[in-house]
Write a new protein. Structure first.
Length: 420
């Protein structure tokens, strides 16, 4: 049998062929071309496994084309020659190729791929931005370093400059590096102890003081006056943001949960607002169910005032200033600015603190009911599941009482329905 022909393709042909399919250069080397949206051009090596005759295929890299990026024909032939040599010596070209890829993979390359793979699971809108900042900016010293070569000294080089000054960012960066390296180990790109674990780094870093961030809150005795001021501003300027601020006070929810509230989430018959689980800050239900918010009379009146009669089910309830069709929500800081305009020493999250203080000081409602109204986890999973049905009834009583308190001291202002 004659020897198989090698070097069937010319350099020009290798760069200009556009027909889809595999184009043989001989000796197991092929130029694989895909047409369509991706239009990929790739060098592949095909061989049969000794003893079984099974066909195997390994990618050698992208091929040069019009963009001139990728492997040239000469480079591809060298890689194919290495694969044939491995076969002649009884080794697996696939295993050799895998070892080459693993050995050459840097932290930056792997981190970018890993981040893209987990992005869909992020809940917060800024989470991806924060991850990108940490893995690209703070991890710059190790991005070009191979995964297998990263050690605890490399991690310390990243953390030490920011550990005492921006400790929260430093802790988040360490945690994200640890997760990337764990994933790299699971994929076979490195082995051994993860140098980014807190157990490894704790003895090497100074103890940083963590300052608790307290959200400014008004004494609950001032809340009725704040709401009256919001109403007065609304009557003068007809601004949705003031009603949104009042609604947030009445329901004690987080700002983001109200900003992205959609018409379909409101059940006027049941006087209930159902917040989808994916929009909650944390899962408050052992089974990951949605969170139900009972609505008092005033909260219902606000919703009827701001939702147009012909609103689509996916329209935002509290629309942005220039969104007459309710296709865009209120701006991120709009409610905060509305509150500060009537009470400078107040934040939206502080409204929740005011509510919690009022429950503890002025009512006999159980502590757990107040915590559940704030969407905080209470008890273990069994207790949460057991209390779910009865808690809604008690929370409704609590929120109605809070609504009456907030609307006390002549805080009764007629609110006409806004025009569609």
């Amino acid at each position: 049998m004659g020897k198989r022909q090698l070097h069937k393709l010319s350099a020009r042909e290798a760069e200009t062929i556009t027909q889809s399919g595999r184009h043989s250069d001989g000796g197991g080397l092929y130029l694989a071309i895909e047409t369509g949206a991706h239009g990929r051009r790739q060098w592949v090596f095909m061989y049969r496994v000794r003893g079984t005759g099974k066909r195997r295929e390994i990618g050698l890299g992208s091929a040069k084309g019009k963009s001139k990026d990728g492997l040239s024909l000469t480079d591809a032939r060298l890689r194919a020659a290495d694969a044939r040599k491995a076969l002649a010596e009884g080794r697996s070209p696939t295993a050799d190729r895998r070892a080459d890829v693993v050995a050459g993979t840097t932290f930056g390359e792997f981190a970018d791929i890993f981040l893209a793979s987990i992005k869909a699971g992020f809940k917060g809108r800024n989470t991806f931005v924060d991850w990108t900042r940490d893995l690209k900016v703070h991890c710059k010293p190790i991005r070009a370093k191979e995964l297998a070569d990263i050690n605890s000294n490399d991690i310390l080089e990243i953390l030490s400059p920011i550990w005492m000054t921006i400790n929260r960012t430093a802790r988040e960066t360490r945690s994200r590096i640890e997760r990337v390296l764990d994933a790299a180990e699971a994929k076979g790109f490195r082995s051994g102890k993860n140098p980014a674990t807190w157990k490894t780094l704790k003895p090497l870093l100074p103890k940083a003081k963590r300052s608790k961030r307290h959200h400014k809150a008004a004494p609950y005795k001032d809340v009725p006056g704040i709401v009256r001021a919001l109403n007065a501003k609304h009557n003068m300027a007809e601004t949705t943001v003031n009603l949104a601020a009042e609604f947030i006070i009445l329901t004690a929810v987080r700002t983001g949960e109200a900003r992205f509230m959609r018409v379909r989430e409101v059940d006027f018959a049941e006087r209930l607002w159902t917040v989808p689980a994916e929009r909650m800050k944390a899962e408050v239900d052992p089974e990951g169910n949605d969170f139900e918010v009972p609505l008092c009379d005033r909260a219902i009146a606000i919703l009827k005032a701001v939702i147009p009669k012909d609103a689509a089910s996916d329209a935002y309830v509290f629309a942005g200033q220039w969104s007459s069709d309710h296709s865009k929500p209120l701006g991120m800081n709009a409610v905060l600015h509305a509150l500060k305009a009537v009470y400078p020493a107040m934040t939206t999250h502080g409204c929740r603190s005011s509510f919690r203080d009022w429950v503890g000081d002025e009512t006999r409602f159980e502590r757990d009911i107040a915590e559940m109204a704030l969407a905080h986890k209470v008890g273990d999973e069994t207790e949460q599941a057991y209390r779910r049905s009865s808690a809604l009834k008690k929370r409704r009583q609590l929120m109605e009482a809070w609504g009456r308190y907030v609307g006390s001291a002549s805080n009764v202002i007629a609110l006409p329905r806004r025009a569609s």
